[in-house]
Structures are given as C-alpha cells and as structure tokens.
Unconditional design. Sequence first.
Length: 118
Amino acid sequence: MLTVFGIKSCDTCRKARKYFAENDIEFRFHDVRDDGLDIQMLERWVTRLNWEKLLNKQSLTWRKIPEVDRVAMTRERAISLILENPTLLKRPVLESPDFMAVGFSERRFSEYWAKANR
C-alpha cells in the first residue's frame, strides 16, 4: 500500500491526496506533525533516496537555520533537524514497497506508479 507522508495543510499534499482518491489508488495518509516522524523512517528514506532530496529548502524553517549550519549540512545533521522540525521535510513523501518519491506531480507519479506496478 502507498503511504503519503505530509502535512494536512500543505497544498501539494492535498493535491496528491485528491489525485489518489479520484484515481482509486489506495493510500494511507501520515501527518508528520500529528503522527510524528522517527529515526527509522528517515534512515529508511535516506537509504532509498539522497538525503538532500528530503530537505525543504524553500521553507521558512530552513531560512531560520543559521547560514553556517546550512552550508555544512550533513546526512546526520539533516536527519536530526527534520526530526526536530518536521516542516523541513519536503512534502509529500510517497512510499510503497516498490516506489519512493518526494514531491508530487500527476504526470511524474503516473509514470512511477505504472513502472512500480508492472
């Protein structure tokens, strides 16, 4: 089953959830603020994806991190910061056993999903 990790108020997360519902794609929504994040999730994700893809560098939270810390960012520091500040997670994170992506676009998701479900 597909799990959508995001925040209820995120426009991109709402767009993804609407698309899945309209296309009868079964999914579970996990709100990273309400339901939380844990180190095991993030470690699993950075094993499947580059850790830098998970950082939301457009967020206000990112801009509040001192420049010296942003420049010297490491995998471990990024994981720690995302755990402390879930809004640093680029959203949504889409995960199933055969599929993993960050962000959402209908075209890209359709292509990924078709490959994953062959």
